[in-house]
Design a protein around this ligand. Structure first.
Ligand SMILES: *Cc1c(COP(=O)(O)O)cnc(C)c1O
Ligand code: SF4
Length: 396
């Protein structure tokens, strides 16, 4: 094979359409090799089948070490580790990480570490006190007009910093959909229902449609939202069938969990395009993670890549203080600095709201760099992105 230009994910475009879009047909040789090496029995069709991806996910250390080789230290550490949050990585995402290389920051977002056992200052299993706001099994009602429904405790990739690690993959979560539906029906103030989990898109089309249909049938529910990480870790799940089902229930929004620009592979881009073409407004949610994405350059790149596939950056979260998360958490100052390096320097659409989900159940609180620096009787004094000072008249 001729040596060609290497793209970020070792992608080799073999043909570009002439219409000026970035739709390119690509053959991903190195990932194809990954598949051949580690899943030799899988056909191309298997690989593209999301159920196959889930069934063949990495869930134990032996398989992990075989596919994403561990360092000797990691191996000894992990053998003694009884983590609360189980290990789970799809073959697709493992292939991505393998291709990105040993030191790529995404690796540590899915591979367990001994640090998860260290309890640090202010950490808790349920820092957001979701259990206190639980109004029915699987339903959290915190804000006046909207609720969060935890449809499943299953996720196709278990993030090591997961806010719901107390639930995800635990197989003992109580969920009573009939009670959820009666609660929402009785509370006419609820106009927005957010389906989350776990990952709702790991349910079958028919099960998911059953849930969505029941909620859509409640007259005062104006919109439905789904929170998911699927387009990043299992883009094979975004099939035309799924998308055609979802678009029957508009207005339906999707909030997608993205961490790093290198997640925007051709498969993931195609999944986002399919969803956007079905008229589903797409937003992203990103957790600010130490040594993973905690720089303005990395996040700017991520947000630009997202806008290219019509995903609007929605929230940037300060990492929740769940038990054993200290190694993932940055300072709030760092987050503010990053925001300061985005606003004004790039498209306003590329800028998410930076929030802390308040420990104790206070909900999401937005944080802003200090732009309003002073005021007197006549003026409010403001600082712009270039740090120049401007005055806005207060009096009329
Ligand atoms: C995040 C969240 C919501 C939705 O919040 P928005 O700011 O409207 O996106 C609703 N309920 C709970 C419990 C949440 O954590
Ligand atoms: S996608 Fe969300 S719910 Fe699932 S493991 Fe990651 S953080 Fe947790």
């Amino acid at each position: 094979m001729r040596k060609t230009i290497e793209f970020a994910n070792n992608l080799l475009p073999i043909h570009k359409f002439q219409n000026g879009t970035d739709r390119s047909v690509v053959i991903d040789f190195s990932r194809y090799n990954f598949q051949k090496q580690h899943f030799p029995k899988a056909s191309r069709r298997d690989w593209k089948n999301w159920q196959w991806q889930i069934q063949n996910s990495i869930t134990d250390l032996e398989m992990l070490d075989r596919i994403l080789p561990l360092t000797p230290t990691e191996k000894t550490e992990l053998q003694s580790l009884k983590v609360k949050l189980p290990l789970r990585i799809t073959p697709y995402y493992a292939g991505l990480i393998a291709n990105l290389g040993k030191n790529h920051p995404l690796r540590k977002t899915v591979i367990p570490s001994l640090n998860e056992l260290k309890m640090s200052f202010g950490e808790a299993a349920d820092p957001l006190h979701e259990e206190d706001d639980k109004k029915a099994p699987g339903l959290v009602h915190r804000y006046p007009d909207r609720v969060l429904v935890l449809l499943t405790d299953f996720c196709s990739a278990n993030c090591r910093y997961c806010t719901r690690s107390r639930l995800v993959g635990q197989e003992h979560t109580v969920f009573d959909f009939d009670k959820v539906v009666s609660y929402i029906s009785e509370h006419t103030e609820i106009r927005d229902v957010l389906l989350s989990g776990g990952d709702p898109l790991t349910l079958s089309d028919s099960k998911l449609e059953y849930y969505i249909q029941k909620i859509r049938a409640i007259e005062h529910v104006e919109m439905i939202r789904i929170g998911t990480k699927i387009p990043a870790v299992l883009p094979q799940r975004i099939t035309p069938q799924l998308v055609n089902m979802l678009k029957k229930y508009h207005p339906l929004y999707l909030s997608i969990h993205f961490t790093h620009p290198d997640e925007l592979t051709p498969e993931t881009q195609a999944a986002c395009r399919l969803l956007a073409d079905a008229g589903i407004p797409l937003g992203s949610q990103t957790v600010l993670l130490k040594d993973v994405n905690d720089s303005a350059e990395t996040l700017k790149k991520l947000f630009h890549e997202l806008l290219k596939v019509r995903v609007k950056p929605y929230y940037l979260y300060q990492c929740d203080p769940i038990s054993g998360s200290a190694h993932f958490r940055t300072s709030v100052d760092k987050g503010l600095q990053i925001m300061e390096n985005l606003r004004g320097f790039t498209t306003g659409y590329a800028i998410p709201t930076y929030v802390i989900d308040a420990p104790g159940g206070g909900g999401k609180i937005p944080l802003q760099p200090k732009y309003q620096i002073d005021e007197n009787a006549d003026y409010v004094f403001l600082k712009n992105y270039e740090k120049n000072i401007y005055a806005y008249p207060k009096k009329k």
